[in-house]
Design a protein. Structure first.
Length: 188
């Protein structure tokens, strides 16, 4: 759904269901699209999920802004490792509200939710960013996936899944990302 392909999303949901993935994991994946591909992708992803996989989503109540900020900061530190100290000032320089939203909402409220473990969330992030060709963020999250314990093979697989039906530019970005990430890891 990050590229708006409902037929492919429905097929992928069928594959996930056959592989005994939980519906909750599929819901969390669709909700994460809000961060990377916007509300339209999340809405359409959930529409495809609800049409192809019976079940009733439940609202979660996971704290308040102060708790989201604490959780977000902790998770953001894990994902960005030594780059965390440079990340927030750089995002604040773009816009202070964006930095607060990234930590509180992106990391604290969405990515630190129950329903998927952090490694799986990072792999979903890698696939979504590869599909969309967001190079800087993709490199950061390939590194983040490794930092939170995702095996290299799984990270490469997520890159391939994201790039599978993408355009030529997005496929090139995905191909080059692994080499860029390896250089960053070597420099850390």
């Amino acid at each position: 759904m990050s590229r708006g392909d409902a037929a492919r999303a429905t097929a992928a949901l069928g594959e996930a269901r056959a592989a005994r993935t939980t519906r909750r994991a599929a819901e969390e994946t669709a909700l994460m699209l809000m961060l990377y591909a916007g509300f339209p992708s999340a809405l359409e992803g959930l529409r495809a999920l609800n049409a192809s996989w019976p079940g009733a989503p439940r609202r979660t109540r996971e704290g308040a802004p102060a708790a989201w900020t604490r959780r977000g900061e902790a998770l953001c530190r894990r994902v960005y490792g030594p780059a965390y100290a440079r990340l927030l000032p750089a995002v604040r320089a773009l816009h202070p509200d964006l930095a607060a939203w990234m930590v509180e909402h992106g990391y604290g409220r969405v990515l630190a939710r129950r329903g998927l473990d952090v490694r799986t969330r990072e792999l979903v992030t890698v696939a979504a960013l590869a599909a969309l060709g967001w190079e800087r963020q993709l490199v950061s999250h390939v590194l983040g996936a490794i930092r939170v314990g995702a095996p290299s093979k799984a990270v490469r697989e997520a890159l391939a899944i994201g790039a599978r039906d993408a355009g030529a530019r997005e496929q090139a970005v995905a191909r080059e990302t692994w080499a860029r990430a390896a250089r960053h890891l070597a420099a850390e």
